[in-house]
Design a protein around this ligand. Sequence first.
Ligand SMILES: [Ca+2]
Length: 248
Amino acid sequence: MRNLLLIDNKSCCHRSAIFHRQFFTHSIFQEERIMAMVVCSARKTIGGFTLIELLIVVAIIAILAAIAVPNFLEAQVRSKVSRAKADMRSIATGLESYAVDNNKYPDVPASSVSPPIKLGIPYSRACLIKLSTPISYLSTGLLTDPFAIGSTDTTFFGFANAKEAVPFLPAVGVSATTEQIDQFEQHLWVLQSVGPDRVNFALAGTPTQNFPLAFAALTSRTSLDFFYDPTNGTVSVGDVVRTAKKTD
Ligand SMILES: [Ca+2]
């Protein structure tokens, strides 16, 4: 009985050893299979994308760009319009401070403006520079039009002192009635940004810089296109204008 038990014990141990060996072999086999799958997967990845996959990615990027780029450009233009308006507001405050100190708005004798184009960019620059030198009437110091093209000296906001502009109306071909001239004279000054089309509306079709036309448009409203209006399109004709009227 005891021997039988021993034989049985031996047999049991033998079976167990076989089972462990089989299990161990099976595990190794499984492991190898997994490794093979991983290598195969890695090889597939290294192999890269198919043409269809690449085309889909390119198409998605193109669609996103087509949506994003115009929105980005629109936002840029809108922010520049806001900047032009904010800068003109600051300059307006500076002009009033200058007028309090000097009892007049900045003006420049025609003979001192070179080139001698009255009421053009050289004139605007010569007048506006008085807001920063020798006394600074501006907190920001920004006098240049964000839409103007060129070097700093030629990108000043357009400016006209009404007292100097009005006598030039007949000279620049504005056939103003007495009533209109009275209206022009109610204005103190005009500031002008060329606007998102980057073209000075008053200059269109005329070889000389022509700010009195700004006064003409402001008073007679004969040319509503003179004023930039974003409802015509973010990039549209017209200029961004700010003016001040006499209060008395
Ligand atoms: Ca314009």
